[in-house]
Design a protein around this ligand. Structure first.
Ligand code: NAD
Length: 481
């Protein structure tokens, strides 16, 4: 072990424009989940580090909060350019830290860069809704003020991209940020800090690394943190919301999902199966919008299950280091593979596993791409988020049942409807309770359109002007004239 630790890089954390050790001097190992090897050490931040970061962010807000939209826009554009210039390096690092295929990890960087460029433009477009004399002799107008210090808590599934979704709108609106990446995947966020060090004034973006259990509560509860934005598990979101309620803090919650894919009999089963092979198993199914829960029409069901099974059997999975033709890498950790294995095993009795269903005997965190046909609507595998390479297929009897089953989960993030009948597509899109509905596609996101959930998938929007608005507070100013 000593030998390994000597060879891997130890990263410091980034507070107030400087690289510093944790106050305790302790560090945490970071693994490559594809082979279980330690690839880096990061600082084990504690409450004292949170306090340093909050003080730095509050101080920086005094000037950053007063910059013009043009200045913030230019900074975000520079940040986007500098990230783009290091896309290959960042993608490779992400692949090594998250176990995802190298081409897929590299492809995430332009998406994040586009998002930052969108928010650079959005910084200059924030507007109040009205200015008028609503009371005689008084002019009223609306200002949108930044909140102040934002704690941005990011997940491990798209580490850098999710960090970008958080810092883009927060900085555009004039806030300062304490970014806490997942302790499983902190490395690209630390490179982001290195890039930002050349562009943003000290304290505007701070990156601290620690476990949610250790620094989560001090961060959320810190009196200088005005808003908490978290992307993560619904249980994490509930915990944070309970804590934030004590101080009535502003919250932005992007939580779990269980996306239904409603396939009507007039859809092309082979084409839908090809799409679900991609969007159900992308990132090894560790995606909050993953096409994980197919609800198929009575006539198309058999052909669809056969087509999907054959598509999923063809997925080339393995260690991304084996080559760029690997379509699906490892899961994020062996603990995640344990979770997936448990859920599939509990589903076995009530449904048919048409492919996969095994945990390969090899180092790393793997689970075979799996299709489960015919589970009960009330079963755990249909109701709960697997966050792994597992897709279920159920047979519905009519449109009403398809809609009822789609809505009958506690989540409401994303959904898709597949049909040749445009009217039906629109009718069903209206009837289902999800923040994004695709018709005849799945998974497509654009910087201009909002992403965020209904129900236990959270509240607040990522991307789009709605996100910038979420990171501001509305103020009414009335002038006696
Ligand atoms: P997670 O909840 O385990 O962790 C998310 C972040 O919260 C991490 O940085 C973690 O350290 C932190 N955290 C954990 N406990 C905390 C606490 N008590 N206080 C403060 N912070 C704490 O989630 P994950 O496993 O990293 O990510 C997977 C989850 O994220 C899935 O449920 C997925 O659906 C969800 N997700 C949602 C979206 C979306 O847009 N809605 C996007 C991506 C992922």
């Amino acid at each position: 072990m000593t030998d390994v630790l000597e060879r891997v890089k130890t990263y410091q954390q980034f507070i107030n424009g400087a690289w510093v050790d944790s106050a305790s001097g302790e560090t945490i190992e970071v693994e490559n989940p594809a082979d279980g090897k330690v690839i880096a050490m990061v600082q084990a931040s504690g409450a004292e580090d949170v306090d340093r970061a909050a003080n730095a962010a509050e101080k920086a807000f005094e000037t950053w909060g007063k910059t013009t939209p043009q200045e913030r826009s230019q900074a975000l554009l520079k940040l986007a350019d500098a990230i783009e210039a290091r896309a290959d390096e960042l993608g490779r690092l992400e692949s090594k830290n998250a176990g995802k295929p190298v081409p897929a990890a590299i492809d995430e960087i332009p998406v994040m860069v586009d998002n930052l460029r969108f928010f650079a433009g959005a910084a200059r477009l924030l507007e109040g809704k009205a200015a008028n004399e609503y009371m005689a002799g008084h002019t009223s107008f609306i200002r949108r003020e930044p909140v102040g210090v934002v704690a941005s808590i990011a997940p491990w599934n798209y580490p850098l991209m999710m960090a970008g979704w958080k810092i883009g709108p927060a900085l555009a609106a004039g806030n300062t940020v304490i970014l806490k990446p997942s302790i499983r995947t902190p490395l690209t966020a630390l490179v982001l800090a290195e890039i930002a060090a050349e562009i943003l004034p000290p304290g505007v973006l701070n990156v601290i690394t620690g476990t949610g259990a250790t620094i989560g509560d001090p961060l959320v509860g810190h009196p200088k943190v005005g808003m908490v934005s978290v992307t993560g598990d619904t249980e994490t979101g509930k915990h944070i919301a309970r804590l934030a309620a004590e101080k009535v803090k502003r919250l932005h919650l992007e939580l779990g999902g269980k996306a239904p894919v409603i396939v009507f009999d007039d859809a092309d089963p082979a084409a839908v199966a090809e799409a679900i092979k991609l969007w159900g198993y992308w990132n090894a199914g560790q995606d909050c919008t993953a096409a994980t829960r197919v609800i198929a029409g009575p006539k198309i069901y058999d052909n669809f299950v056969a087509d999907l099974t054959s598509e999923v059997k063809s997925i080339k999975w393995g260690d991304p280091a084996e080559g760029d033709d690997i379509e699906m890498g490892s899961l994020i950790a062996r603990a995640q593979a344990d979770k997936v294995e448990g859920m599939v095993d509990r589903a076995r009795g009530g449904a048919e596993i048409t492919t996969g269903g095994h945990r390969p005997d090899r180092p790393g965190a793997y689970y075979e791409p799996t299709v489960i046909a015919g589970p009960d609507q009330k079963s755990e595998i249909v109701q709960d988020e697997v966050f792994g390479p597992v897709v279920t297929v159920q047979r519905f009897t009519d449109e009403d049942q398809a809609i009822a089953w789609a809505n009958d989960v506690r989540f409401g993030l994303a959904a898709s409807v597949w049909t040749a009948d445009a009217g039906r597509g629109m009718r069903v899109a209206k009837a289902i309770q999800f923040g994004t509905v695709w018709i005849n596609d799945h998974f497509m996101l654009v910087s201009e359109m909002p992403h965020g959930g209904f129900k236990e998938s959270g509240y607040g929007k990522d991307q789009s002007m709605y996100a910038v608005e979420d990171y501001t507070v509305v103020k009414h100013v009335m002038l006696k004239i």
